[in-house]
Design a binder for this molecule. Structure first.
Ligand code: F6R
Length: 259
């Protein structure tokens, strides 16, 4: 796992955007795994700037969202359908037909989840997956105790996750209790993972994911088993990492051929 510590959230966004830009530059029809929430917003803003400057073209790329709430209308401003459209598809000028979000309104949830897995396979698999991490260590909405082999499925959101996400809703009760999420097995199938985290509130989860035992009590720790996982954090989110100096040293001495 590569761990990059940068001074500010803005620099985290630029570095992660650069990793995505490199993939798209090599493969114009790359398949990108899309996270929602606050953590990736700097990434999308940086990429949108490059698209506006005609330095990058996402028109041939495909996207797969990590997750979606169950039980809110598609056009609810906080449905991930809406969020992905306004934060990602429009600013990055992606083709809406190529961007997929799990169907949280499906009556046959199992079939909808199986269809999502099939759509990812049909697209050739995810080339680069953007991830945030929850304060409780979740990635996607794979809450603690999620199986490392899990595929896209319905999950109950942890009380902490609902409380954390209440900021996006008018009241805490409005945060849905359930979601559909790519499984940890689905996420681990992506060819590259880029996890970003900013702020002190993420410091414990980052330390557990990066330096703790690999355990389903911290779902993010599964990244330790991925061949190409990069964790990019600001100083505050890195503040509980025991080996922070070592990560700074390896990043400062990264060979050019690895960039
Ligand atoms: C979002 C997602 C979640 C978030 C996590 C952190 O699609 O899958 O794992 O990345 O809850 O959320 P923020 O970035 O809002 O702190």
């Amino acid at each position: 796992m590569e761990i990059i510590i940068l001074p500010t959230p803005a620099e985290v966004g630029v570095a992660a955007a650069e990793a995505i830009a490199r993939v798209v530059a090599r493969k114009s029809d790359a398949v990108i795994g899309l996270a929602t929430g606050s953590s990736p917003l700097n990434i999308y803003a940086e990429l949108a700037g490059r698209v506006a400057a005609d330095e990058l073209d996402f028109s041939q790329t495909s996207g797969f969202a990590l997750d979606e709430y169950v039980g809110i209308p598609l056009d609810h401003p906080q449905s991930y359908h809406s969020v992905i459209r306004t934060e990602v598809v429009e600013p990055l000028r992606m083709d809406p037909e190529r961007v997929h979000v799990p169907d949280g309104r499906a009556t046959d949830i199992e079939a909808a989840c199986a269809a999502y897995e099939q759509a990812i396979r049909d697209a050739g698999g995810i080339d680069i997956q953007i991830l945030g991490i929850g304060g409780n260590g979740h990635v996607g909405f794979n809450e603690p105790s999620s199986s490392f082999a899990s595929r896209t499925r319905i999950k109950t959101l942890a009380p902490k996750t609902r409380a954390d996400n209440a900021r996006f809703f008018d009241s805490p009760e409005q945060v849905p209790t359930h979601c559909l999420t790519q499984g940890l097995g689905t996420i681990m199938d992506a060819r590259r993972l880029v996890l970003v985290a900013q702020g002190e509130k993420k410091a414990d989860a980052v330390a557990a994911a990066v330096e703790g035992p690999v355990a389903s009590s911290c779902p993010g720790s599964v990244l330790q088993f991925h061949e190409h996982a990069t964790v990019i954090v600001d100083e505050a989110a890195a503040s509980k990492l025991r080996l922070a100096d070592y990560y700074r040293y390896t990043y400062a001495n990264k060979p050019d051929w690895q960039l």
